[in-house]
Ligand binder design. Structure first.
Ligand code: ATP
Ligand code: MG
Length: 750
């Protein structure tokens, strides 16, 4: 039975589920470890487990079971997570388990509701307006503080103020804390502290609050007003937090305020999926939970239900390398636990990896091997991805079961263009505001009007009523219009609403238009969008907690993943965890790809992400653009792609096969030159002497580049000498012996 959730944060939500139901079926659908989490008595519970092990499933079943068995009234449960999408996912799953009276919200949504309720009684006025984005106010504060940051600096400064607030630092405390945490900032910490003060002042003057204030104020109100604490705590008695590895100190403070001295709290998380530590989040709360609550039931799950053994194997290999990405080319480079402002994220994750069984054990049957593909340019990568998606659709994979995931939102454009050109419907996760789309808003309005009208001539059944209303908007069921333009998008959005009505009827055959309208209103409030039939384009951050049959991880090149500004070992590790999150989103098919140049015909100077070192099959890390045969292998190709079959010249630093200029130089562009400086100096001195003898300029003997290549290669034979660019037969005859002697540390006889 689906009903709108209760709006009043302190009144009792309707009790759903029924004390008579034992909820036994909720337990039967689980494995022994998940059952432990579900059946642990009311009190502290902590589930520490890797991706796809059913953590979210375990907590929703735990709530469902507590409610169905009558142990806990649904209205007393507050489940929190971090994104509206994840909160929607939680609500959806709870609903199907008969626990729809449970509040499942983001921290912000929960705080907004509570503060909006209590504030007028505390301050005698409505809650001040919330500013959606800080950046304009920070800009104003910056000019007041006589700073003129560039756009990117302003963005970084805003992020820094956000970090300070998320970690509960005042402007006075900021400089010392930022230094201790090794924050890399555009301005000196003292200047940022001044800006932070000016920002707070600008905000006060404008009479607005930011999102961090919302959490802080809610916590403060509970801490300072006994009656607020009492009212709230009598309302919410049981707390559940999903993705707890990404909680920040500010959110933790609010959680503590909600909890008070009680201990009915269930947290689940995976330290290897910590991807927000640079905004102040820290997995230490998750990992320290058993210390904080020594009587806690701690459950560890290793069975992975989401992905095939092939995908799980790749995820395991990736996790096994945590802490080894310090410096490119130095395997095992340090990742300095506790360094660089992560609250010891790297250390915590390493510790977790030591204590937790590090490997996931796949439960699903075998599937295709993940593919690794290198492309000449980004547009080629995007076009090939679109073609592969086409092939999948042709093979019967639904569009909503396919995702393209990237590191930064700016990457989405190339894929939107390519996918639209291929006539494939898609939706961009994160950018969408489904319920604000004109056709959706109009449809909801018409449905509301139809629900109110006393028209007795309506068709029978909710779905028929909905399709009739949509007919007034020109929508017809059946096949979608061709292409992927605006018309197709409109059709798909309305079709998604029809599917919602169908799902509602499936769950509750007696559901009426009133129920549907209430459900839509609830979804709109929570931005819980229905599944639109289209390929998902999303950033790796936005993909957390979600899953698809086929996942394309694109743009896996150095500078993009890890992102160019990730410099410290801790930052690099966070980037690796992002890839781990990406890999573990795939149920069956996983395609990893990268491009060597940004534009078609551009310089192919990029390198595959360092995280793929040792993960990609050897032949795939070659210049493995598909050659011959089918131009673009499907995601279900046999793993590595064929290389072009050229005789491979390998980089002497990283051993990657080389082509073109890089092959001539014997080293990738990006690899550090390893020049023997002393030899280089000796070669230069020798060259000057020979040039003087010939009364010729030095470069006539050898150019600097050739000398550098010699000092780098240190050739020990004639064969090696001729491999060096700039040394032909004439120079070999003339100077070969001298050079070999110099390399050998002897005096040249000439
Ligand atoms: P993430 O870390 O990515 O958030 P998770 O640990 O929360 O993952 P879930 O999303 O709960 O994992 O589960 C992953 C998938 O495995 C889901 O499709 C879920 O329905 C399925 N699943 C989980 N547990 C079981 C089980 N015991 N039997 C069958 N399927 C299961
Ligand atoms: Mg989950």
């Amino acid at each position: 039975m689906v009903r709108a959730t209760v709006d009043d944060p302190v009144s009792d939500a309707p009790f759903q589920g029924g004390a008579g139901e034992s909820g036994q079926w909720l337990v039967e659908a689980l494995d022994p470890e998940q059952r432990q989490a579900v059946l642990a008595p009311v009190g502290p519970v902590c589930v520490l487990a890797g991706a796809g092990t059913g953590k979210t499933r375990a907590i929703t079943h735990r709530i469902g079971h507590l409610v169905a068995s009558g142990a806990v009234p649904s209205g007393q449960v507050l489940a929190v997570t971090f994104t509206t999408r994840a909160a929607g996912e939680l609500r959806g799953r709870l609903r199907t388990l008969g626990a729809d009276g449970v509040q499942a919200r983001t921290f912000h949504a929960a705080a907004l509701r509570q503060l909006g309720y209590f504030w007028p009684r505390i301050a005698g006025a409505a809650l001040p307006r919330l500013v959606e984005s800080k950046i304009a106010l920070v800009g104003r504060a910056a000019s007041r503080a006589r700073l003129a940051p560039s756009r990117t600096e302003l963005r970084d400064l805003t992020a820094e103020i956000e970090w300070a607030k998320a970690t509960l630092l005042t402007p006075e405390q900021y400089p010392a804390a930022a230094t201790a945490a090794g924050r890399e900032t555009t301005h000196p910490p003292e200047v940022i502290a001044r800006l932070y003060t000016a920002y707070e002042q600008a905000k006060r003057e404008a009479g607005v609050l930011d999102f961090d204030d919302l959490l802080l104020l809610t916590a403060a109100v509970i801490e300072e007003h006994g009656w607020v604490a009492e009212e709230l705590r009598s309302r919410y008695r049981h707390f559940v937090v999903d993705e707890y590895q990404d909680v920040n100190p500010l959110q933790q403070r609010l959680l503590d305020a909600w909890l008070g001295e009680r201990d009915s709290i269930c947290v689940v998380g995976d330290a290897n999926q910590t991807i927000y530590s640079f905004t102040g989040a820290s997995p230490r709360y998750l990992l320290d939970f058993p210390r904080r609550f020594p009587e806690a039931h701690v459950v560890r799950i290793v069975r992975d239900y989401r992905s095939t053994p092939q995908v799980v194997g790749l995820a395991n290999r990736l996790v096994a390398r945590v802490g080894t990405a310090g410096t490119r080319g130095t395997p095992g480079g340090s990742s300095a636990p506790g360094a660089q402002g992560t609250h010891g994220v790297a250390g915590a994750v390493l510790a977790a990896a030591r204590h937790e069984p590090p490997r996931l054990v796949a439960q699903r049957p075998d599937g295709p091997a993940p593919t690794f593909t290198e492309f000449d340019s980004e547009p080629e990568e995007a076009a090939a991805t679109a073609r592969r998606i086409r092939a999948l659709l042709g093979a019967g994979v639904p569009a909503s079961e396919i995702a393209v995931l990237y590191r930064v939102n700016a990457q989405s454009e190339a894929y939107e263009t390519a996918i639209a050109a291929a006539g494939i419907p898609y939706l961009v996760r994160g950018g969408e505001r489904f319920f604000e789309r004109p056709e959706v808003a109009e449809a909801v309005q018409l449905l509301r009007a139809a629900a109110r009208s006393a028209d007795t001539d309506r068709p029978v059944g909710l779905v028929a009523e909905v399709t009739e209303v949509f007919a007034a908007l020109g929508w017809r069921g059946g096949d979608p219009p061709n292409g992927s333009g605006a018309q197709r998008e409109r059709w798909e959005n309305l079709a998604a609403l029809v599917r919602l009505a169908e799902a509602l009827v499936a769950a509750d055959p007696g559901a009426t238009l009133d129920h549907f309208v209430a459900d839509l209103a609830d979804r709109a409030v929570h931005q819980h969008i229905p599944t639109v039939e289209g390929v998902t384009l999303a950033s790796l951050h936005a993909a957390k907690g979600l899953e698809w049959d086929a996942v394309f991880l694109v743009g896996l090149a150095e500078g993009t993943l890890p992102i160019i500004h990730a410099q410290t070992p801790a930052q690099i590790e966070e980037e690796r965890r992002l890839l781990y999150v990406g890999v573990t989103r795939a149920r069956e098919r996983l395609a990893l790809s990268w491009a060597l140049a940004r534009h078609e015909g551009g310089r192919r100077s990029r390198r595959p992400s360092r995280f793929l070192d040792g993960l990609a099959p050897r032949s795939a890390s070659s210049a493995g653009r598909p050659a011959g045969g089918p131009a673009h292998p499907g995601v279900d190709g046999a793993g590595a792609l064929r290389s072009r079959g050229r005789a491979a010249v390998r980089c002497r630093v990283c051993e990657r096969p080389l082509v073109g200029q890089a092959a001539r130089a014997g080293r990738c562009d990006g690899c550090p030159a390893n020049i023997d400086q002393a030899l280089f100096e000796r070669l230069r001195a020798w060259r000057s002497a020979r040039a003087r003898e010939q009364s010729a300029p030095a470069f006539v003997v050898f150019t600097d580049a050739t000398l550098m290549a010699i000092a780098e290669h240190r050739p020990t034979s004639v064969a090696e000498l001729v491999g060096i660019p700039g040394i032909g037969q004439a120079k070999l005859d003339r100077y070969g012996e001298d050079v070999l002697a110099l390399v050998d540390g002897r005096e040249p006889s000439g």
